[in-house]
Design a binder for this molecule. Structure first.
Ligand code: C2G
Length: 450
């Protein structure tokens, strides 16, 4: 008898789940399905789980494909199960390609193409909807984003759009997605929400058209280059009653929320100064290092450095000063933005092709907060005082590698209307950032002599 096993959360059961079980069953004579416990999902960092385990098991059972259902509750269990139950093949969807190759020494590992355009099945009667997400732009960031959607329940990437066919096809065939390269509106019709990760100068237009079509939008930073356009897009989202979120990942991390609450609760006294720095020496051929019009240090990293400043000191600064050093390619290799508030100062320092200490320091009348590099992926920070021996160390939860899943989880929570307030990044804060971007671009153009 040939024994096959497959695992999953099977939350918000849909036909992608149904089809993988059907095909897994067809690979052998006896199918065992492992359903994850909530504890295991928490441990592996899967967010936004909706259905309780009994419902998820019941849904797997109803398909009629499972000869046996077990629960998966710890790392390493797959190896134990394979050995204990004498498994011949273990099956995963193609979204996991490569990830479970290490199991090949125990049994055959099979990756089946994931089902591209899923729709929720009638089995469920949940309050939360399964959100079909389309990705606009299929570059490096889209690949990292896609991997993290696996760790957020209730969202399925089903399609991608890119007018450049080769990049599109590489992406969609790797991840079994529907590909759209011509009509953006047809692509929009196939999804509930979009993630815009195209080149900076195309963001605003893609966002506007998606909002007009009534789709929820998560857009990479910077969403727009002008204050007016940012105001217009948030107003449009309101009229259309859809979610519009700018993808400044740091804003959605649990550690950042913890840092803000310590900064606000009086621990360090009155905040007098904020210094936020983000620098990177990247590939000279990359867009951020070579595009003199839309790339450069501030365009690439400024949203991060402005974030703690606007969150803690507000958007009503009294004065702003922007200075840049331009490199040979015309990009700003280093930009310093200095703010004056009534009772505080702040500076944002960004570098592309320049390296400095990437830290966030919040100075107060009683002490200071130090979040070390990479504070934009914050996992811990210190509160320090005049007495150098007194250090309060704070650790925050963080799973995964680049924090996308928290942003995606927030996007889903807002779409489902289950308490996703704007407080992590408000429209006003995002609009204020667009105002600084506009000012920066004006100054840089003058400096470049355009
Ligand atoms: N799946 C699919 N097509 C989709 C969506 C999912 O074929 N459109 C597959 C996944 O690849 C996975 C299975 O359905 O093999 C269950 O998916 P999830 O419930 O999302 O579970 P997952 O987080 O992938 O669990 O130990 C847990 C497993 O490693 C994977």
């Amino acid at each position: 008898m040939k024994k096959v096993i497959t695992y999953g959360t099977f939350d918000l059961f849909h036909d992608g789940h149904y089809k993988i079980l059907e095909r897994a069953k067809a690979l052998g004579d006896y199918l065992i399905v492992g359903v994850t416990t909530e504890h295991f999902d928490r441990q592996r960092g899967k967010l936004n789980l909706v259905d309780p385990i009994m419902t998820r098991i019941e849904n797997v059972k109803k398909t009629g494909f499972a000869d046996e259902i077990i629960v998966e509750d710890h790392d390493g269990q797959k190896i134990e199960d394979i050995q204990k139950m004498g498994i011949d093949s273990i099956v995963f969807g193609s979204d996991w390609i490569g990830k479970f190759d290490y199991l090949n020494q125990y049994c055959k590992v099979v990756y089946l193409d994931r089902t591209p355009n899923i729709s929720s099945t009638a089995i469920r009667g949940d309050i939360m909807r399964l959100v079909k997400l389309g990705i606009v732009g299929t570059g490096r960031i889209a690949v990292r984003f896609f991997a993290e959607t696996n760790y957020v329940s209730g969202v399925e990437v089903t399609a991608a759009y890119n007018p450049e066919k080769e990049s599109l096809m590489n992406f969609t065939s790797a991840f079994s997605l529907e590909a759209f390269s011509e009509d953006y509106d047809v692509f929009l019709e196939s999804v509930d929400a979009v993630y815009v990760a195209s080149p900076n100068e195309t963001h605003a237009d893609y966002v506007r058209r998606a909002l007009q079509a009534g789709k929820h939008v998560l857009c990479e930073k910077p969403m727009t280059f002008t204050y007016d356009e940012a105001v217009e897009l948030y107003a449009l989202a309101k009229i259309k009653n859809v979610v519009l979120m700018e993808g400044i990942r740091a804003a959605y991390l649990p550690g950042f929320a913890q840092l803000l609450s310590v900064a606000r609760d009086g621990t360090i006294g009155e905040i007098c100064d904020i210094e936020a720095c983000f620098t990177r020496i990247g590939d000279p051929r990359s867009r951020e290092m070579s595009d003199a019009k839309y790339g450069g240090a501030f365009m690439e990293y400024g949203s991060y450095t402005l974030l703690p400043i606007f969150k803690l000191l507000g958007t009503d600064y009294k004065d702003i000063r922007i200075d840049s050093i331009l490199g040979e390619s015309g990009i700003d290799v280093f930009t310093k933005v200095q703010f004056k508030y009534d009772n505080a100062l702040a500076s944002s320092r960004t570098g592309a092709g320049v390296k400095s200490e990437g830290q966030l320091v919040i100075a107060g009348t009683k002490g200071y907060i130090l979040a070390q590099s990479p504070w934009w992926l914050i996992q811990s920070f210190d509160v320090r005082y005049e007495d150098a021996g007194r250090i309060e160390h704070h650790e925050a939860g963080f799973v995964g590698t680049d924090g996308f899943r928290y942003e995606i989880a927030e996007f889903m929570t807002k779409i489902n209307g289950t308490g996703g307030n704007d407080y992590k990044l408000t429209a006003d804060e995002s609009i204020a950032m667009a105002r600084v971007v506009e000012e920066f671009m004006k100054i840089r153009r003058e400096q470049q002599g355009f």
